[in-house]
Design a protein around this ligand. Structure first.
Ligand code: SF4
Length: 238
C-alpha cells in the first residue's frame, strides 16, 4: 500500500479518528482513481504490520476536514478507500460513509474482518462498493499472528461477503516464518470449504521495512508454485 500522506487542516470540534490522508492513488482501488483515508487504531497487532504508527497512534484529522477535502475532488476522483488501522472500529464510520456516498464517490473498505455487524450494515444499506478482506491465517496461528482472538469474527465477515452480491477480494500477507507451505494449502482448502470462488491475492511480506514486531527474513519460494484450484485462482502480488 502507498502510505505517502498529507496532513490536512483540523477542526477541533469534530472527532479525530483519522491518522492521515493519501490524496491520490491508482493502486489501492481496482480500476478507479481514489484517495486513501487512514484510520488510527486497530484491534489486532499483527506481527508483520507495516503501519505501527497508525495502529498505535492517535487520530490527527477530523471527519469534517476529510469531507471538505473530498468536496474539492468531486469529478476528479472515482472513489475513496477507507484503510488503517481498522476503519470499522470508529463510532461515526456509518455516518461518515453516508456523507461520502452522498458526494457520489465509490467506497472501498480495507478490513481485518473483526466487525461483521458493521460490515453487514454497510452492505445492507448499500454504503460500500468494494471490500478487501484480510485473511490472516487459520485459527491455530491466528492468535499468535494477530495477537487477538478474532478469528470467529473474521469467519463471519467472510460468510457475509460470500453470501452478498458485493465485489470483494480476500488477501493474505505471507511470511515464510509465520505460515508454512502446508498451512497455506490448508488456508486455501478452508476457503474452498466456505464455497469461496474467485481470486485469492497473496502479498509477500516486504523484508526490511519497519513492522510491529521484529521478524526474520521471509523467503519467496512459495511463489514458485501454483496453488490455484478449479474455483480459486491464487495470485501472488509483489
Ligand atoms: S496488519 Fe493487522 S495490526 Fe496492522 S492494521 Fe492490519 S489488522 Fe491492524
Amino acid at each position: 500500500m502507498n502510505t505517502n500522506s498529507v496532513h490536512i487542516s483540523k477542526k477541533p470540534s469534530s472527532i479525530k479518528g483519522i491518522f492521515s490522508l493519501t490524496p491520490f492513488t491508482l493502486l489501492d482501488y481496482p480500476h478507479k482513481t481514489a484517495c486513501i483515508v487512514w484510520f488510527a487504531g486497530c484491534n489486532m497487532r499483527c506481527l508483520y504490520c507495516y503501519n505501527p504508527d497508525i495502529v498505535l497512534g492517535k487520530g490527527k484529522i477530523d471527519f469534517d476536514s476529510v469531507l471538505s477535502f473530498l468536496k474539492t475532488r468531486k469529478g476528479l476522483l472515482d472513489g475513496v478507500v477507507l484503510s488503517g488501522g481498522e476503519c470499522t472500529l470508529h463510532k461515526k464510520i456509518i455516518d461518515f460513509i453516508k456523507e461520502i456516498k452522498t458526494m457520489g464517490f465509490a467506497v472501498k473498505i480495507d478490513t481485518n474482518g473483526s466487525n461483521p455487524k458493521i460490515l453487514n450494515s454497510l452492505i445492507h444499506d448499500q454504503l460500500i462498493d468494494y471490500v478487501a478482506l484480510d485473511y490472516k491465517s487459520l485459527p491455530h496461528t491466528f492468535t499468535k499472528l494477530t495477537q487477538s482472538g478474532l478469528f470467529s469474527e473474521f469467519e463471519e465477515s467472510l460468510s457475509i461477503l460470500i453470501q452478498s452480491n458485493i465485489p470483494f477480494e480476500v488477501r493474505t500477507t505471507f511470511h515464510s516464518s509465520l505460515i508454512t507451505e502446508n498451512e497455506f494449502v490448508s488456508m486455501i482448502k478452508y476457503l474452498e470449504s466456505k464455497h469461496f470462488e474467485g481470486n485469492y491475492y497473496v502479498q509477500h511480506f516486504m523484508n526490511n521495512v519497519p513492522t510491529l514486531s521484529k521478524l526474520d527474513h521471509s523467503n519467496k519460494e512459495i511463489q514458485l508454485k501454483n496453488f490455484s484450484t478449479p474455483k480459486i485462482k491464487v495470485i501472488f502480488r509483489d
